[in-house]
Design a protein around this ligand. Structure first.
Ligand code: PCA
Length: 198
């Protein structure tokens, strides 16, 4: 059984993105019988969704777990919902949106089909702080989760999909004294636990 695990490249002037490091590290590993396909997506509203869909078509995963950095959060946050909206800062290619829909014919929102509550509980049991989040924002992370769920629903596919935001890693906090940060090792352990929960 394949699991598609996606992360993002660095964005908004940050020097690195921990999700890129984790996805590269776990690519090709087998975790509790699941083969991990780790792929990094660009932070580009016009490209990321299409690339994600190509990976889904190529690898036919049983689940899509997308990871993104939420700098400022102090815990691992499985997202409950993605909304049909693009907004926020310009992306890495300079594209900027002001509330446009991701899918003009799509519903306002999709819920995650990952086991977000048991992920939260298992992480907490391992003393890795976690909490379900009720907003994935309106930037690339939300777009990717919405796109995966829209594709799966409109094609009646049997694939679980959702998004997990993770805190910054220490490297980003070195010159940013107020930024909560985790070690890459702990972030990686958290992602392994999330995958085991599928
Ligand atoms: N986090 C951003 C986009 C890329 C990433 O890692 C987000 O939360 O939308």
């Amino acid at each position: 059984m394949n699991i598609l695990l996606t992360g993002f490249e660095a964005f908004l002037g940050m020097e690195s993105n921990p999700t890129e490091m984790i996805v590269r590290k776990l690519d090709d590993e087998t975790i509790s019988g699941k083969k991990i396909i780790g792929r990094v997506l660009p932070v580009d509203f016009t490209k990321s969704a299409g690339i994600l869909l190509e990976h889904i078509k190529e690898h036919q995963p049983a689940a899509v777990i997308s990871l993104g950095l939420a700098a400022g959060r102090n815990r691992i946050t499985p997202e409950r919902v993605a909304i049909n909206c693009m907004d926020g800062e310009a992306d890495n290619a300079g594209n900027q949106y002001d509330g446009q829909k991701i899918a003009p014919d799509g519903p306002d929102a999709y819920f995650s089909t990952l086991p977000i509550k048991s992920m939260e509980a298992r992480l907490q049991e391992h003393h890795l702080p976690a909490a379900v989040s009720n907003t994935a924002g309106t930037y690339l992370c939300n777009q990717i989760m919405y796109t995966a769920r829209y594709h799966i629903e409109t094609n009646a596919l049997d694939i679980l999909a959702g998004f997990v935001h993770i805190p910054a890693h220490h490297e980003l906090a070195v010159n940013n004294p107020k930024l909560p940060s985790w070690s890459i090792k702990d972030l990686e352990e958290a992602v392994r636990i999330i995958i085991e929960e599928i």
